[in-house]
Design a protein around this ligand. Structure first.
Ligand code: G1P
Length: 299
């Protein structure tokens, strides 16, 4: 059966985005017209997923509400003659079923994925981090490409990678490729957030994974690692050591990852989505030109 189940971890507290995230989930922060997690879900739907399992935590109820059908709002729009706004709620009718489970202790991303086991069982599945958008406007098919490689190579895992500037390797899981790096490549090892001088490459894990359920056995055995957390990276590493085939797929050109995990990358994402917006982009680009001139003078 083709992979159609995606696990979306959204349990992290978003401490790098305080005070913005004190009482709202970072996955609900706006980027252009939509909250971040809506781009993620729309991308997954376009890649053939039919079931989405959110791994939630304290303070994340807004995510459940966002993907619910809001009958009261629909009635209100109809009754008040604002039917054209119903289009904005079209995402509520995506051909997707939603499931939710809570990570009851903040023990890290690896532990969050392990919380999915009772639902995932013995199926292959996707993991898509709820705080990262791939490409502008969720048009990316990279998850489909990854699932196709996973199936045709009978891999144990396939991971999306993006090249990052050398000084940024400290924020990501970093690949040690086995041999030449093409669009698709095999992994020899994976290191979570290495120091710049220890990094085996500048290929960073880019928030999308495909796994066989074997990953759960490794997650159960994974001890706390970087930052005292149970790291997904460490489980993948052990899987490779045991001879599992783990492959990397590079994000296609023109489909960068927008990481909504810190202020700089959040600002960058917001600015680019606004500049590229089909409706408002032209005016915003004009506005940005005047701003750039103003700030160039101020410098
Ligand atoms: C997590 C993973 C890391 C990965 C990153 C982006 O880190 O642990 O390997 O590179 O997501 O996909 P976090 O951003 O949760 O610290």
């Amino acid at each position: 059966m083709p992979i159609d189940l995606a696990v979306v971890p959204v349990a992290g507290r978003g401490t790098r985005l305080l005070p913005l995230t004190k009482s709202q989930p970072k996955e609900m922060l706006p980027v252009g017209f939509k909250p971040v997690v809506q781009y993620v879900v729309e991308e997954l739907a376009r890649c053939g997923m039919h079931r989405v399992l959110f791994i939630t935590g304290p303070g994340k109820a807004a995510i459940e509400n966002h993907f619910d059908v809001d009958a009261e709002l629909i009635d209100h729009l109809r009754e008040s003659g604002k039917e054209e706004l119903l289009d904005e709620l079209a995402f509520e009718r995506e051909d997707l079923q939603y499931f939710y489970t809570r990570q009851r202790r903040q023990l890290g991303l690896g532990h969050a994925v392990l919380c999915a086991e009772p639902v995932v069982g013995s199926q292959n599945f996707v993991v898509a981090l709820g705080d990262s958008i791939i490409g502008l406007h969720a048009q990316s098919q990279v998850v489909r490409t990854m699932a196709d490689h996973f199936e045709s190579a009978a891999a144990a895992a396939v991971i999306a990678f993006e090249e990052v500037p050398r000084e940024e390797v400290v924020h990501y899981g970093i690949a040690r490729p086995a041999g030449e790096v093409n669009e698709v490549f095999d992994l020899e090892d994976l290191v979570e957030k290495p120091e710049v001088e220890d990094a085996p490459s500048n290929l960073a894990v880019a928030a999308r994974y495909v796994f066989s359920p074997a990953i759960f056995d490794y997650l159960r055995k994974t001890e706390p690692g970087k930052g005292g957390e149970i790291q997904l990276t460490d489980a993948i590493r052990a899987l490779i050591r045991d001879g599992g085939r783990v492959m990397g797929v590079r994000l296609p050109a023109g489909q960068p990852r927008f990481d909504i995990g810190n202020f700089e990358s959040y600002f960058q994402a917001f600015v680019e989505f606004a500049l590229a917006d089909p409706g408002h982009g032209r005016q915003i680009r004009e506005f940005a030109k005047t701003l750039l001139a103003k700030y160039a003078e101020a410098r």
